[in-house]
Design a binder for this molecule. Structure first.
Ligand SMILES: Cc1cc2nc3c(=O)[nH]c(=O)nc-3n(C[C@H](O)[C@H](O)[C@H](O)COP(=O)(O)OP(=O)(O)OC[C@H]3O[C@@H](n4cnc5c(N)ncnc54)[C@H](O)[C@@H]3O)c2cc1C
Length: 307
């Protein structure tokens, strides 16, 4: 099976999810070709075990992000077969556009995949999981932190191709990330707060515990909408980020279906909510029926004992 991976980049290097994409492709018996837009991360990609070839796709369009332009460049550079990207905002955009250009199906946010291209992915905002089998060429995006990453030690050949696309988006100003904190999309432990936190100042309790545990702080949409200090970058859910950490602690979050869509595949879910009927308890592995004011100090003290 011919698999081409669109490398996910972060700054001047590869995002960790790229190793997971290679790991998933290798589990299907493929030696994928990895495309690196603007050549970013090409040397790193060549060192990933299992990579067959790395193509640096250089072109003017890679100086800024424009999904249409990137898709045109990658489409021209990639061979036929399966196009794989990460199920990030950027990856979903680019892979869907390549699939549209080629007239092939696209399966987004895949959480399991086996030989024969049998895949599982969420539908109806995560209310159900659908199993699909695709024969022939297709586009696929894979959920981060779901597939085992390929290790290092590879030495794939690298080549450069010059391809670009028409940039139709003009970036007026790039504003630096408001926070240098760990992003929820990259975290293995997430502590999220909802409207039940009562105000943005109370998120300090969540930051303190997250810092101790090496985790990130997320939020529900109600919290993001209500409070200036809680930016949209922290939002987990249907219109926020999809996360898949080992541990997700939901504090003062009711568990609306749109929130669950973004976090229900977390390996362990802990919920703190004063309402025993809150829907979050239906997906929680461990539930604490209490106010966060009561529960958080106890939880923090117990966690401190084991760290
Ligand atoms: C199209 C669409 C997209 C959406 N996308 C998203 C999305 O991406 N992410 C998202 O989160 N939501 C999303 N929503 C909104 C979603 O429907 C809910 O409104 C939202 O998730 C509710 O947030 P919440 O749980 O923080 O607030 P609430 O539903 O108000 O729940 C607050 C909870 O806190 C508990 N509580 C109160 N005080 C305390 C206390 N002191 N201690 C402990 N518990 C306490 C309450 O019992 C309650 O369960 C979307 C909605 C729509 C229509």
């Amino acid at each position: 099976m011919d698999i081409t991976i669109i490398a996910e980049t972060q700054g001047n290097g590869l995002h960790a999810v790229t190793n997971q994409l290679v790991g998933a492709a290798s589990s299907l018996g493929a030696s994928p070709t990895v495309l690196c837009g603007g050549g970013v991360g090409a040397d790193e990609a060549a060192g990933i075990a299992g990579v067959g070839k790395v193509l640096s796709v250089t072109g003017d369009c890679f100086s800024t992000f424009d999904g249409g332009a990137w898709a045109a460049a990658f489409d021209a550079a990639a061979g036929s077969g399966v196009i794989v990207g990460a199920a990030t905002a950027q990856g979903r955009d680019v892979v869907a556009r390549i699939a549209a250009r080629r007239g092939i199906p696209v399966v987004q946010d895949v959480v399991s995949m086996s030989p024969g291209l049998n895949m599982t992915h969420p539908i109806y905002s995560g209310k159900a999981m659908q199993e699909v089998t695709v024969s022939g060429d297709c586009g696929v995006t894979l959920r981060a932190n779901t597939f085992a990453p390929a290790g290092g030690g590879g030495s794939a050949e690298t080549a450069t191709v010059q391809q670009s696309g028409d940039v139709k988006i003009a970036v007026q100003e790039a504003i630096a990330k408001a926070s240098e904190r760990l992003d929820v999309a990259d975290a293995d432990i997430i502590i999220s707060g909802g409207r039940g936190m009562g105000g943005p100042e109370n998120f300090d309790k969540l930051y303190a515990l997250a810092d101790e545990m090496g985790g990130a702080v997320g939020a529900s949409r109600a919290a993001v909408d209500a409070w200036d200090g809680i930016p949209h970058t922290m939002q987990v859910g249907q219109t926020g980020k999809t996360v898949n950490p080992s541990l997700y602690i939901a504090v003062g979050i009711s568990g609306a279906i749109q929130h669950l869509a973004g976090m229900r595949t977390s390996k362990y879910i802990v919920a703190i909510n004063k309402d025993p009927e809150a829907p979050i308890f239906k997906v929680a592995d461990y539930g604490i029926v209490a106010t966060w004011e009561e529960a958080m100090p106890v939880l923090a003290a117990e966690i401190a004992k084991i760290l």
